[in-house]
Design a protein around this ligand. Sequence first.
Ligand code: IMP
Length: 197
Amino acid sequence: MAERVREASAGKPSRLKKVFFITSNPHKFSEVNEMCAGYGIELVHLQREYPEVRADTCEQVASASLFNISKTVKMPFIIEDSGLFIDSLNGFPGVYSAWVLRKVGLDGILRLMRGRRDRRAHFVSAIGYFDGKKAHVFTGTVDGSIAQEIRGRSGFGYDPLFIPKGYKFTFAENMTLKQKLSHRKKAVEQFLKHVLH
Ligand code: IMP
């Protein structure tokens, strides 16, 4: 896929397209920035918080944020809303992932998972893109499971608990794996496909 996107940019003018990434999360910025490198996009970090609506899905949150921010910001920008959805907890913490992590931490999630055999979970990323005129939302998901204990120190958020399907490492134990498989990577691929065509 990455190769196909890269091919799509071949032969295009080499001038970089400037897109702002509005986020208060430096980890999100550095992950997305690394994924966009070499695709003709200059991603500029605007480290800024913005209010988020309450909704059931990351897509809805991203759409509402795009709508609100584009009332005042008229240059091309992206925002991202993401979360961890745990099957046996009916999708909790979902769109409240950041808040739940602040309140109960990884230990709190492990306590909620104690004794549960079904440990399936998935991450979702919804990237909202305002191109200066129109709003677009691109999503990506990655399936996996919740580890029995905290493992690894890299990454951020729930990375030390999330084992992608088919692998033994948590994202926090293997960032190369995360950058290849993550929900954010899949959403960024959709975004790049759109921008480069
Ligand atoms: P928000 O998009 O600002 O609402 O925050 C999403 C929250 O979900 C983050 O603060 C993390 O706690 C969690 N999250 C989202 N993506 C990831 C990821 O790639 N790794 C680990 N945790 C994540």
